[in-house]
Design a binder for this molecule. Sequence first.
Ligand code: HEM
Length: 436
Amino acid sequence: MGTVAATDTPAVDLADPGFWQLPAPARAAAFAELRRLPGPVFVGERAGERAGGAKGARSGRSAKGAKGAKGYHALVRHADVVEASRTPAVFLSGPGVTTPEPARWVRALFGDSMVNLDDPRHAQLRRIVSRAFTPRLIARVEDDIRLVAARLIDRVARDRPEDFVTSVAAELPFQVICNMMGIPEEPRRAILDQVNHASENTGVARPLRSRIRVPGRGLRALARMQGMVAELGRERRRRPTDDLISALVTADVDGRRLTGRELGAFFSLLLVAGVETTRNALAHGLHLLTVHPEQRALLLGDPDRHLGGAVDEIVRHATPIIQFRRTLAVDHRLGGPEGPLLRAGEKAVLFFGSANRDESVFTDPDAFDITRTPNPHLGFGGGGPHYCLGAHLARQEMKVLYRELFTRLPQARSVGEPELIPSNFDHRVRALRFTF
Ligand code: HEM
């Protein structure tokens, strides 16, 4: 399979912000069309702009990616996303995995989080962090999830809030991560506001003016938060407790432990990677279980049997993280020696949501089926060294929360459609009305 002719320009334009505001079924149909093409499309962007949110950008069906052309190869098939994820020496994360790429000065100031690193630094950091996630810590976190979930559902039963996102879905993962890290109660409200505020302003629908204004505010907030965590780190190094920060600053792996800056960067990563994603998954899940009453009946009829499958099917169907990008280290033919040529220095974007609807892997991929077996979805990534560090934690949070919710309030269901924030990065839910 060679490169795809540029003349074959498809109607689908992934670089058009309007595309990300289409209803989900229209976007799913567009990706299905892209998966049917013989090779990945090359999505062009205007100079100075980056994928999605790039007003006026164009996409053309071409894997040629002419040297110097701004844009990226859109990897939309399951096999291609897996290949890119598991070939990290070819598909680099170091130049930046998010869209837009963080400016160099931002990275210099805040330090690199491991999501934006390649080996050997990535492996080194990940070893320290994984070492700190000891079985004892994980067991304690599981007890903590149950406590936090029970408290949230108590509050729901008492106060009868209207919005599931602010009252439950955003709170659970945030409180769990703060408890894990040992963040004191006092600054938590301000931190959560900052996280919500920053994410509200990264959707593609935001007017350009606010997209320019907000990063400064977000960065100041981030700097304050990281300073606070670094200070906690210094304190715990002097007087370790049994929280994650203590484990991170005292774990000695190959003669290394986390510096204050690395600790701050890691906390920010956990907040961004672990709170938003789980919050969106929880909200989409409640809605999916509402609009598919037969699946809901199955789950409530035998939660021990179906909770695990339901959680993975929610993550597949909703795919909270839409895409991450990589940069080609060397020339590479996708899928083998006859495959399309991607050139050194070019970008490739891994569309997890599209991979999760790949009809060559999933039977009836648009259906929501909690008994789907096997379910090799890529909602937590395509494998490889950057595979989601929190996949186990996220699954636990979702299982515990739904069990608590449906045991205590078996009538719980969403009302109307979720209020979505258009984004090319994550499937973000601003609000979801619910009742019980
Ligand atoms: C439903 C919830 C979640 C989803 C859908 C999700 C999804 C993802 C995805 C797609 C990646 C990129 C994988 C890759 O590039 O191969 C990732 C990485 C990551 N996730 Fe998650 N995640 C979730 C929850 C969490 C939680 C709860 C935490 C932390 C407590 C977490 C921490 C991380 C970290 C640290 C990374 C970067 C790992 C690395 O670069 O080595 N995630 N996640």
